[in-house]
Design a protein around this ligand. Structure first.
Ligand code: ASP
Length: 328
C-alpha cells in the first residue's frame, strides 16, 4: 500500500485516527466563598453558568476550532453571567462606577491583546481580542480604548450602569463603611474575575482573563488581569489565567513565572503553579488562585483562599466544576 493510501485509510478510520487531545480549564474567581454564605439555589446557579462556559469552550475544541476561539467562547459566557466579577456583575470602583480590564494571549504565536479601564464595552474580552487582531498594539487603556471601540461597530457598547448588580453595590457599601471606620479592607474584596485556558487539537494554547478589578479600587487602578505576564500568559508549552489580589500578581509577574518555571526549569506544571501562587504570592502577603494548562493537557488549579470557582475538561473528556477547597 502506498504511503498516501495508508494516510487516507488512517484519516478515514475514526478508530485508528484518534484526534490529538484537547483540554480546557476555566475560573470564575478566587476569594472568600464560604459554604454557609452561598445558598443551595445560588450554588446551583453558579455551577450551571460554569457548566455553560465549559460547554461553549468544549464545543469549539470538539469541532477542531482554535484554543483562542475556545477561551473566547468560555469567557464570553462568564462575562454575561451576573455571578462573576467581569462584564455584567463587575465590582464597583470607589466612585461607584466600573472600570473593566481584560486580556487574551495565543501561545504559539505570542500574539496578545488587552484593555484596561473601559466602562462602556459589554465584552472587554472581545475588545482585547480586537486590539490583538485589528491594531498594531498590545494594550490600550481608558478613553483611548473606548475610542478604538468606537471604530469597530461590532464591539457592543452599553450604558455604564448596565454592569450594575445589587450584590456588587452592597459590597461597595460594606467596603466604604469599613474604610470610614478605618478598618482594614475586607479580605476577598476582590473575587469573581473570570478566565480560561485551552489546548486545541493542533497543540496550541491560549489564555484569557476578564475582570471588574477590586471593589472600591481607586482612580485609574489597573490590576494584573490585563497585564500580559501577570494575570494572563500563554506560550507554546503553557498558559495561565490568574485571579486574586492583583497587586501581588503584578509584583511577581505571576502568570509568566509559572510558565517560565515549566519552560526553563523543566518543572511539572503543578509544581510550578504551586510555587508561584501558593509560594511567591503568599510570601509577599498576597492571596488568590490561578488556572494553568500545559501542552500535554495537564491542568493545575492552585488557590489559597477559601474557594475558587472553577471548571475543567481533561484530555480524556472527563469534566467537572468545583467551588470549595475540599472538592476534587
Ligand atoms: N485579580 C483581579 C484584580 O486584581 C481581581 C480578581 O481576581 O478578582 O484586578
Amino acid at each position: 500500500m502506498s504511503r498516501l493510501l495508508l494516510a487516507l485509510v488512517l484519516a478515514a478510520s475514526p478508530a485508528l485516527a484518534t484526534p490529538p487531545p484537547t483540554a480546557l480549564v476555566i475560573h470564575g474567581g478566587a476569594g472568600v466563598i464560604e459554604r454557609s454564605a452561598l445558598s443551595a439555589a445560588d450554588e446551583k446557579a453558579v455551577r450551571a453558568d460554569l457548566d455553560r462556559a465549559l460547554d461553549a469552550g468544549q464545543a469549539v475544541l470538539r469541532d477542531g476550532g482554535s484554543a483562542l476561539d475556545a477561551v473566547t467562547a468560555a469567557v464570553r459566557v462568564l462575562e454575561e453571567s451576573p455571578w462573576f466579577n467581569a462584564g455584567k456583575g463587575a465590582v464597583f470602583n470607589a466612585e461607584g462606577g466600573h472600570e473593566l480590564d481584560a486580556a487574551i494571549m495565543e501561545g504559539h504565536t505570542r500574539r496578545a491583546g488587552s484593555v484596561a479601564g473601559v466602562s462602556t464595552v459589554r465584552s472587554p474580552l472581545l475588545l482585547a481580542r480586537a486590539v490583538m487582531e485589528r491594531s498594531p498594539h498590545v494594550m490600550m487603556a481608558g478613553a483611548g480604548a473606548e475610542k478604538f471601540a468606537d471604530q469597530h461597530p461590532d464591539i457592543e457598547r452599553v450604558a455604564p450602569d448596565w454592569f450594575d448588580t445589587p450584590q456588587r453595590r452592597q459590597q461597595l457599601e460594606r467596603a466604604r463603611e469599613r474604610e470610614q471606620k478605618q478598618m482594614a479592607a475586607l479580605p476577598g474584596t476582590y473575587f469573581g474575575t473570570v478566565g480560561a485556558v485551552a489546548l486545541d487539537r493542533h497543540g496550541h494554547i491560549a489564555a484569557a482573563t476578564s475582570t471588574g478589578g477590586m471593589t472600591n479600587k481607586r482612580y485609574g487602578r489597573i490590576g494584573d488581569a490585563p497585564v500580559i505576564g501577570s494575570g494572563t500568559w500563554a506560550d507554546a508549552g503553557c498558559g495561565v489565567s490568574g485571579t486574586g489580589w492583583g497587586e501581588f500578581y503584578l509584583r511577581t509577574a505571576a502568570a509568566h513565572a509559572v510558565c517560565a518555571r515549566v519552560a526553563l526549569a523543566g518543572e511539572p506544571l503543578a509544581t510550578a503553579a504551586e510555587a508561584v501562587i501558593n509560594g511567591e504570592v503568599v510570601a509577599l502577603g498576597g492571596d488568590g488562585g490561578a488556572i494553568a494548562l500545559d501542552a500535554n493537557g495537564k491542568i493545575a488549579m492552585p488557590f489559597n483562599t477559601p474557594g475558587m470557582y472553577r471548571g475543567w475538561v481533561k484530555p480524556d473528556g472527563s469534566r467537572g466544576t468545583a467551588i470549595f477547597r475540599n472538592e476534587k
